[in-house]
Design a protein around this ligand. Structure first.
Ligand code: GLA
Length: 742
């Protein structure tokens, strides 16, 4: 570890000048500090990120983008001149992490109130240390002993930087943190930036929005206590209009936090772009006692020269190799069966066993029992909180069903919703004070349930204990962890009034700590994050769960758009997708079994249909397609995704391609909404293959034009392309491209 202070810098500099071999750079290969210019430079994964200590002793960004030559020198950071008395250097000079103080009118990274009423905060560089791929820079207020440690951890392979801040109260009085971001990302001056972000609601998640960045702010946030369906904590900014998915400069970021969050994208008075993200300052207040610290979540950021497609692929790779609990080599997701859409709350031993037999016969590997198995749960009006096995539905406990599932060669998974309680439950009758509430105020119910205040130690203990008990007494390989409402009346009456708002931090930290403890105790246990579909998907929860449920909407056509949006930020390796019944509940749309399968096979395949209603030919199709899926699943889940034709904006077609990391296999999925005027399906041009390698094409489902060669070079498939024979409504076809002898 190398640690410098301003004084020691002078010493190092003098010693260095005396030595002919001195390069004035210290640290590991990825992270260097130039003592003459006081410039920090991080080079990794084809990306350079640089900032410096400027003439005002503040940390000022200098560069973020494609890797610069090693010999390129970045000039020392310098505050910008004032534009007018209205916009002085304090507001027009970009900062790595600015306190609200001095002449700052833009979004601060940190805002505090000191005990004496002072609210001015100006952070100056103090020292830094470099440890392997992590840089830590200590800053301090110009007067008060308020310290902020800024952390930069770089992933050498992707160049993705993880930034966070540790705020320490070194004063002798408590202080109130009113706003705390993890980081501010800065882009150079420019007026041709396009922002992309994701919006949604229940059963309609993952809508990609795209708009020019204009002066002022665009705020993406959740005030809901959890990540939320409404916005997802991810952004991407492209320079120019983004003409090609796979070309152009794209900066992106994702916040690892599953509580209320905010990302503010702001174009300032001199046309610079800043993106600040962290805890949502709305209703925020964190009382920091003397000597105590508050650590922010991590805000990850990256850059791609290969367009928005390249940015997604980098983020996917980063998630698979660095974020997921099983990183760097997550196991492929098994093919699952889940009976929620088939049976609803109506689960019992014989019914589940009959479904399990049918599921096993088509090649399902994991059988998951959903809601309805516990307490007095017959509808969503009762039972949440009472995690004993319902004796009417399962007179002998879960063991007979689990044994049956195992005897069929599958493992067993179970649905839980640990953070919730129905007022009609033994738990609520015993502990009505355990929920989020303001004393004497109404408790708004949603889906007839209330939110347990996980910040309370006794609630955390109860939740961990019942999960521990459940997993230790039953052979459970997988938990589907659900969360079916957002917060209301988020009071925490058992702590002092000025500590109550800490619930936003303490709740989420306890959620994480339960998941961590459970995983540590049961290392083989896998967990899915579900929140009424995709309401809790972010890099924080993904570090502790193996997969997510992107949406309750399982309509295979809607899913094309949902899945397309999802993959901008998250890897298909965690994107569960079930084949359900037709016509589907969401749109009453009728589609074929193979259309539904191909739609779901673009992610991690599952089946959620009522198999009791299937005809023999449906079983045959399912068996074939599940077997075909297993031959491409590694490519689909862990390969490189190319979104060749987007299903957005009323597109008639949708095409995706996944390429294995060794480029020896590709899987192509093509979908047609409706033929019109007899036009054939547009020719499909593959991407990402090795131009020199010879690939054999095999149909998974559907046909290519009769004159398509059986084998051809990667170059042929990419440049000549393929014609897919698709005509009609809601048609789909899929193909495998394999290098012979793979
Ligand atoms: C949520 C989930 C569904 C299902 C139900 C059960 O809506 O998203 O998949 O588990 O809860 O109540």
């Amino acid at each position: 570890m190398i640690r410098f202070t301003l004084h020691s810098l002078t010493v190092v500099l003098l010693a260095c000048l005396a030595s002919p071999a001195c390069t004035l750079a210290q640290g590991g290969e990825a992270i260097r500090f130039d003592t003459t210019t006081k410039v920090f430079r991080i080079d990794a994964g084809g990306v350079t990120y640089a900032f410096g200590v400027n003439n005002a002793e503040e940390l000022q960004p200098l560069y973020w983008g494609r890797q610069l030559a090693a010999a390129d020198k970045l000039a020392a950071a310098h505050t910008l001149p004032e534009v007018a008395s209205f916009d002085g250097p304090g507001t027009v000079t970009q900062g790595e992490y600015k306190g609200w103080g001095g002449q700052l009118y833009l979004e601060p990274s940190l805002k505090v109130s000191f005990a004496d009423g002072n609210r001015d905060l100006v952070l100056h560089y103090v020292s830094h240390s470099i440890e392997g791929d992590t840089l830590t820079v200590l800053t301090k207020d110009i007067q008060q002993d308020l310290f902020v440690e800024l952390r930069y951890a770089v992933d050498p392979a992707t160049g993705v930087l993880g930034r966070s801040a540790l705020i320490r109260n070194g004063t002798s009085e408590p202080l109130m943190i009113e706003q705390a971001a993890a980081a501010t990302w800065n882009l150079p001056r420019g007026t041709d930036y396009t922002l992309r972000y994701l919006t949604g609601r229940w059963a309609a998640e993952w809508n990609l929005q795209q708009e020019a960045i204009r002066p002022g702010q665009r705020v993406l946030e959740s005030r809901r206590g959890s990540t939320g369906h409404q916005n997802n904590p991810w952004f991407a900014i492209e320079r120019g209009a983004g003409q090609d998915e796979d070309a152009g400069d794209v900066w992106f970021g994702a916040l690892a936090w599953s509580g209320s969050w905010r990302i503010t994208v702001e174009q300032d008075q001199v046309q610079q772009v800043r993106v600040t993200g962290g805890f949502n300052p709305f209703d925020f207040g964190y009382k920091l006692l003397p000597g105590k610290t508050l650590e922010t979540p991590v805000f990850y950021g990256g850059y791609s020269h290969d367009g928005i497609g390249g940015a997604s692929r980098l983020l996917h790779r980063f998630e698979l190799t660095k974020i997921l609990p099983q990183a760097p080599n997550p196991k492929p997701r098994p093919v699952i069966y889940n009976s929620w859409e088939a049976t609803g709350f109506d689960v019992d031993e014989p019914g589940q066993e009959a479904l399990a037999e049918k599921a096993a016969s088509i090649g399902v590997e994991r059988f998951v029992m959903d809601d309805g198995w516990f307490g007095q749960r017959k509808t969503d009006h009762a039972g949440l909180g009472d995690w004993y096995v319902n004796p009417q539905k399962f007179p002998h406990g879960l063991k007979p069903l689990i044994d049956k599932v195992h005897s069929l060669g599958m493992d067993f998974g179970l649905w839980v919703e640990p953070e919730m309680v129905n007022p009609n439950s033994d738990l609520y009758r015993k502990h009505p004070d355990w929920v989020l509430n303001f004393t004497g105020r109404p408790r708004t119910e949603a889906r007839n349930q209330l939110v347990l205040n996980l910040a309370r130690p006794e609630v955390r203990a109860y939740v961990f204990h019942f999960l521990d008990d459940l997993v230790s007494h039953n052979d459970i390989a997988f938990l589907k962890w659900d969360y079916n409402r957002n917060w209301t009346e988020p009071g925490w009456p058992t702590v002092a009034p000025d500590e109550q708002k800490q619930v936003y931090v303490a709740y989420t930290r306890n959620l994480y700590s339960i998941l961590k403890e459970l995983r540590a105790k049961y290392p083989k246990l896998e967990i899915e994050s579900c929140s009424g579909g995709g309401g809790r998907v972010d890099l924080g929860i993904l570090a502790l769960t193996d997969e997510v449920w992107p949406s309750d909407n399982t309509d295979p056509f809607d899913r094309l758009r949902i899945q397309d949006g999802f993959t901008y930020a998250y890897t298909p390796g965690v994107m569960m997708a079930w084949v359900t019944d037709s016509p589907g509940w969401a749109n009453n749309r009728t589609t074929s079994v193979s259309y539904r399968f191909l739609s779901s096979m673009q992610g991690s395949l599952g089946v959620g249909a009522n198999l009791n209603h299937w005809a023999p030919e449906d079983f045959a199709t399912a068996r074939d397609l599940i077997s075909a899926y297993k031959s491409i699943r590694d490519t689909v889940q862990h390969g490189s995704l190319y979104r060749l034709v987007s299903p957005r904006d009323g597109s008639e077609q949708s095409v995706t391609e996944s390429v294995a990391l060794d480029k020896k296999q590709a899987a192509l999925f093509t979908f047609l909404h409706s033929s019109t005027m007899g036009y054939p399906f547009p020719r499909v041009f593959l991407r990402g293959l090795d131009p020199e390698m010879e690939y054999r094409v095999t149909s998974i489902s559907g046909k290519l034009a009769g004159d398509t060669p059986a084998t051809a070079s990667g170059s042929y498939w990419m440049s000549h392309g393929v014609d897919v024979e698709l005509r009609g409504d809601f048609q789909a076809a899929a193909f495998r491209f394999d290098v012979e002898g793979r």
